[in-house]
Design a binder for this molecule. Sequence first.
Ligand code: GUN
Ligand code: ZN
Length: 431
Amino acid sequence: MKALRADLLDFTAAPAWGATADAAVRWRPDHWLLVADDGRIAGVQAEDPGDGVERHCHRGRLLLPGFIDTHVHSPQVGVMASYGTELLDWLNTYTFPAESAWADAAVAAAGTAHFLDALLAHGTTAAVVFPTVHKVSAEALFQQASTRGMRIIGGKVLMDRHAPPALLDTVAQAERDCIDLIQRWHGQGRNSYAVTVRFAPTSTPAQLAMAGELCRADSSLYMQTHVAENRDEVRWVAELFPQARSYLGVYETAGLLHPRSVLAHGIWLDDNDRSALHAAGAQVAFCPSSNLFLGSGLFDWPAAVRSGFNVSMASDVGGGTSLSMQRTLADAYKVQALAGQRLTAWSALHSATRGAAQALGLEGEIGSLEPGLMADLCLWDKSLTPIDTHRQAMARDLHEQLFAWLLLSDERHLASTWVAGQEKYKRRTSP
Ligand code: GUN
Ligand code: ZN
């Protein structure tokens, strides 16, 4: 048994939209989190657990459940901050060439190691990940996530048209690869398989139907894709699928909307789409950094709240410009502000922890500091610089303190990350 002393923050329910004080916020300052030898949280207490326990004192630091990034691309770390394009040109100019290199198993393995270590160095312990079309890229993801003990959902990307030849599969080969990967990795350790449709324009109707069949055959599989991100993309989908009711309708018809579906972006949806997402129990991964960087648009979160579908938070690197969930959440606040809305620190942090876990059906494993859950944790300095130290001193209540931390901190504030009770990242330099 070990014990970590810090200021503990997590959520017991979803905080109400706009509420800066909410009973769902569980703030336990200067408490001890007990971690059992099996990597699970054993309890939380105010009292010192005593000599028999390996004690780590991080008094004054902030201990949160490990962040969950519900949409991120492992081969796109080197694509971040590519100048001057919107989505479709960005894919062709920067992203497809970068992904083509991952046909080589050694390139995929090295890139995946770099990517997963970077997630840990940003406090992210669980992620829903797009690798590339190549089977070796999914192999590398599951293998290397396993050696790190991370909670990963992913799958080989399906794309059989409208991309360079080096990035195309076929329906038959893709089906064989998916079935093999599912058999070997789905439910192995902390890996889950996601049927991964890149987006409607890069899959033929036959491939979409095959993806739907895979989902129908095993309801424990996840599904991930992109939807309604960019206006030119939406117009292109309407041309490619003239019979479809909407972009989302393409996925609906193919049988790809279900409670384990994670759809990135969802900016250009209508109320029928929102109702369909709610009815299916699917979630949208909101990617504010990417949406701003690529000039895609402003996600309407209050409309999602009204429709009742789940929203989780995602970096969408390399469309997004940082793996930091604080930077992502800060961008989410600014996107909502542009639409005349305000996102509280509580709704923001909930959506990157317990809210994401619940939307993924993983609330019994990750997302809060509840006994029995895995000890996936991130430990943060509240301030590092003269500026944010001053700002913290000015905070008049808990929401102000955490909101200022959220807006002014990033991965440099991370002290340590634990996965299943094992410290997998520790900052080397002193603050
Ligand atoms: N739509 C299809 N592929 C991608 C991708 O790699 N990133 C983003 N942001 N949108 C996409
Ligand atoms: Zn994406």
